[in-house]
Design a protein around this ligand. Structure first.
Ligand SMILES: [Ca+2]
Ligand SMILES: [Ca+2]
Ligand SMILES: [Ca+2]
Length: 357
């Protein structure tokens, strides 16, 4: 019996090693606005893998922002239908309209993020409000930031900062607003209008250095501001660096480098994450790419990265242990898909430990 067990384990290990060797560990998703697709690319090579969501899949019409949800699936904000669509993380299959078109008065969802409370926060461009939706049901919970609060005008990218507050690009005022992360109350214009040459801010992200990076649509540059005071530091990526002529979605990659979705250049550019120096084109065109708007890095979906942070590690192991013995459909901890969290799932995490981005 013991020998049989050993043979079974060896076989399982060999099979798993084989599948891991064949699969790439890390990839990037790109929202492709012009053909309404979500595309998969290998990271760091930038090689195209496949369409995750085919053109118009699930009614997609103008994908803008992507996010991984608390349930482990992919959420996409949709420009032309003003809906938030949900897709299966592994297969890309359409699940549902998580937030139905126009719910809560949502009109043009130009920014989207899950908050520390697990709920979904959406910039509603035309309404100049930040709407909150329940993170599990998608139900409208109210205007977290009321229309025009503090002077907010055409909100775009939004992110919760290291201080727990909400930072929002305000397109029509050329500034970044800060709102209380718990109440939504207006705090200040963290970056005042036009500071550092800001003109039509699109997306923003806090970097590993704690500073705030903002892409600007009019100048096609990336500006850097002190993450605590909001003071202008420098033009992190100037217009024309690497031939860049447009700057939309921005993100720090798992390699610490800085990525810009350059919509009108039909490229995703890679810059040194510390110096801002141009390194190369992560994605250089291709027939499948049409107006890249946003980039989302993730572990290969075949890996048991249960919390979707891009890596299989002790957090994922703990999640399986805490859910051990649970049964049911679509449990995030049920890696093997047999509707049960048990030793098979634990082994999957152990065998893939350390893999990912
Ligand atoms: Ca971003
Ligand atoms: Ca993980
Ligand atoms: Ca299982």
């Amino acid at each position: 019996m013991k020998g049989q067990h050993y043979i079974w384990l060896s076989c399982m290990f060999a099979c798993l090693s084989l599948s891991v060797a064949q699969a790439q560990n890390c990839e990037a998703l790109v929202s492709s606005w012009g053909n309404s697709k979500i595309l998969r690319y290998d990271h760091p090579s930038g090689n195209f893998i496949s369409d995750m969501v085919p053109s118009g899949g699930g009614g997609l019409a103008g994908p803008l922002v992507m996010a991984a949800g608390p349930d482990g699936h992919l959420y996409v904000s949709d420009r032309f239908t003003s809906a938030i669509r949900r897709y299966h993380w592994g297969t890309g299959a359409f699940i549902d309209e998580f937030v139905p078109a126009g719910s809560g008065g949502m009109e043009i969802p130009t920014g989207m993020t899950f908050g520390p409370d697990g709920h979904l926060y959406v910039s509603s461009r035309r309404a100049s409000a930040i709407l909150r939706f329940h993170g599990t049901t998608g139900a409208f919970m109210g205007e977290f930031v009321p229309a025009g609060s503090g002077g907010l005008a055409n909100p775009f990218g939004l992110v919760f900062g290291p201080d727990g507050n909400l930072y929002v690009c305000s397109r029509a005022s050329n500034s970044v607003f800060r709102f209380d992360g718990a109440t939504g109350a207006f705090i200040d214009e963290f970056v005042p209008p036009g500071n550092g040459g800001m003109a039509i801010p699109y997306d923003l992200v806090f970097g590993p250095d704690g500073n705030l990076y903002v892409s600007t649509q009019l100048v096609a540059s990336v500006l850097r501001y002190d993450g605590t005071t909001g003071a202008f530091i420098d033009e992190f990526v100037p217009l024309g660096s690497g031939g860049m002529g447009s700057a939309f979605g921005i993100e720090f990659g798992p390699d610490g480098h800085f990525y810009v979705a350059a919509r009108f250049d039909q490229r995703v550019l890679r810059f040194d994450g510390v110096t801002g120096e141009y390194l190369n084109d992560f994605i250089a065109g291709g027939a499948e790419l049409n107006d890249p708007m946003d980039v989302l890095f993730r572990a290969n979906p075949s890996l048991p990265d249960i919390n979707r942070d891009g890596r299989v590690d002790d957090v994922d192991l703990l999640l399986v242990l805490f859910a051990f013995g649970n049964t049911g459909n679509n449990l995030p901890e049920d890696v093997t898909g047999d509707n049960r969290v048990d030793d098979d799932d634990l082994l999957m995490v152990l065998f893939n430990f350390g893999l990912g981005c």
